[in-house]
Design a protein around this ligand. Structure first.
Ligand code: CP
Ligand code: NVA
Length: 333
């Protein structure tokens, strides 16, 4: 059966089959080549999209806006709306669904993005919640495919750090779906929740993937043979009070040149969804240096700037993959 995603929301990769994810990755590649060739598209012509951000963003917002413009659509960045203050999510969704062809939401609860999809009647795209970050995973998978000689199903990805945050969950889901080996190297209390893990282990059993968790005592086992090391911030948006606790829990889990060497793979890639604390060139970085004496948090600057670091490819691929999601769900393909 040919893949057809018209009218579908994109809330989590759990809702998508491996064939559908493959389709989105192939479409992303095609759209990337098209943009590189300087071809202006019309696949979103006369489509209106609205972007709601209850949390900060650089890549996700810019990707949605640029992707929309590249294909001839119109984007509204909605600030200071009534939603949740004077108007319910249900009523807001019904209003937006009358005006827009698609809605992007970034915020806290997964239920909110699900409710927008339920009540608006138009595709809703999850631009990050506390639980999930599915558009990021498409960009990560595309980047690994572009930079690795093997198929995804032969790749081992090791996620180091806070493995129960949105990125830990979303990577576990994406890897399981694509038959990859997913390893979380994290303290036990920061492993993904048991329900999601059981669901994804069942998916991996079907796709030929695997899911394993290790803590620092078994780092050699976890790192050996990795094709990609991945990390994310130790404190996600909305958890800012947790810096001290997380630094204590995660200091040994920083991605270092030593970790890279222990993979035994000189071509091992380094990935990070960004933004990253790899130096003290940010307000938070300066504050952490002052309060905790750390110049780097989740990744060493040397790893971040290493030739195997593909973090800016990932960032660019947000554009192409988000474009693919919009084109597939509301576009004139
Ligand atoms: N990776 C990511 O989602 O970046 P932003 O927070 O800048 O959108
Ligand atoms: N876990 C991070 C991801 C940022 C893209 C956060 O939620 O802040």
């Amino acid at each position: 059966m040919p893949v057809n995603l018209k009218g579908r929301s994109f809330l989590t990769l759990k809702d998508f089959t491996p064939e559908e994810i493959r389709y989105l990755l192939d479409l992303s590649r095609d759209l990337k080549a098209k943009k590189r060739a300087g071809i202006k598209g019309e696949l979103l012509r006369r489509k209106n999209i609205v972007l709601i951000f209850d949390k900060a963003s650089t890549r996700t917002r810019c990707s949605f806006e640029c992707a929309c413009w590249d294909e001839g659509g119109n984007a509204t960045f909605l600030t200071n709306s009534q939603m949740g203050k004077k108007e319910s999510v249900e009523d807001t969704a019904k209003v937006l669904g009358r005006m827009y062809d698609g809605i992007q939401y970034r915020g806290f609860s997964q239920k909110l993005v699900e409710d927008l999809a339920r009540f608006s009647g138009v595709p809703v795209w999850n631009g990050l919640t506390d639980e999930d970050h599915p558009t990021q995973i498409l960009a990560d998978l595309l980047t690994i495919e572009e930079r690795t000689a093997k198929p995804l199903s032969k790749c081992k990805l090791v996620y180091c750090g806070d493995a129960r945050n949105n990125m830990g969950n979303a990577l576990m889901i994406g890897c399981a779906k694509m038959g990859m080996s997913f390893v979380a190297l994290a303290p036990k209390e920061l492993w993904p929740n048991e329900k999601l893990t059981a669901e994804m282990k069942a998916v991996a059993a079907k796709t030929g993937g695997s899911i394993e968790f290790y803590s620092i005592e078994d780092a050699d086992k976890a790192l050996k043979g990795a094709d990609a090391l991945y990390t994310d911030v130790w404190v996600s948006m909305g958890e800012e009070a947790k810096f001290e606790e997380r630094i204590k829990q995660l200091e040994k889990y920083r991605v270092t040149m030593d970790f890279m060497r222990r993979t035994g793979n000189p071509d091992c890639l380094f990935l990070h969804c960004l933004p990253a604390f790899h130096d003290t060139e940010t307000d938070v970085g300066k504050d952490i240096l002052k309060k905790h004496g750390l110049k780097e948090m989740e990744v060493e600057d040397a790893v971040f700037r290493h030739k195997n670091s593909v973090v800016f490819d990932e960032a660019e691929n947000r554009l192409h993959t988000i474009k693919a999601v919009m084109v597939a769900t509301i576009g004139d393909l």
